[in-house]
Write a protein that binds this ligand. Sequence first.
Ligand code: F6R
Length: 243
Amino acid sequence: MEVIIVDNELMVARTAADLVSDLVSAQPSAVLGVATGSSPVGLYQELSRRVNSGELSLERCSAFMLDEYVGLGAEHPASYRRFIEEKLVEPTDLPPANVHGPDGSASDLVAECDAYEKAIASCGGVDLQILGIGTDGHIGFNEPASSLSSRTRIKTLTHQTRLDNSRFFDGDIDRVPHHCLTQGIGTIMDARTIVLVATGRKKADAIHRIVEGPVTARWPGSQLQHHPHVTVVVDEAAASELE
Ligand code: F6R
């Protein structure tokens, strides 16, 4: 695991964008794994800037989302599909048809998860997975105690995650769904390279646990220690509990 500590949020975004840009320059039809939430927003803004200035093109790339809330259709303003459309698809040249996500409104959620795994495999797997980290150490929505070899499936969100994410639902935790579909930890570990971004003091404990702690299902992100190509890009605040 390589850990890159930079001064601030802007530098996290630029450093992670360099890693994505390097891959896409070498491999223009790269398959990207895309996270939602606040952490990758700066990175998506930087990628958008580079696309719009002609430095980068995502035109031949495709993308697979990590997760989605159960019960929220693509048109719901807080759905992860909508988020990726707004933050990454609309501001860049990434073709909307090349973006895939688990459908949280599918009538058969188990079949949907199975089909999603097959869709990732049929594209040849993810070349570069972008990740954030939950304050409880989750990656994707693999909450503490998730199986470290899990595949895409339905999960129950913890109270902490619903509280953390209530900011996307006008601060009302009662509107945050209880369930999600998420790539499993095993699915995430299949990505050929992984870039995890984290900023702010709130993430410091999780970063310390997943980088320096034992590999344990209590801190799902710690499984990344077993991946051969992970880069963790953090600002000083998120790195403040590293030894
Ligand atoms: C989002 C995701 C989550 C987030 C994590 C951190 O697709 O899979 O693991 O990365 O909850 O969220 P933020 O970045 O909002 O703090």
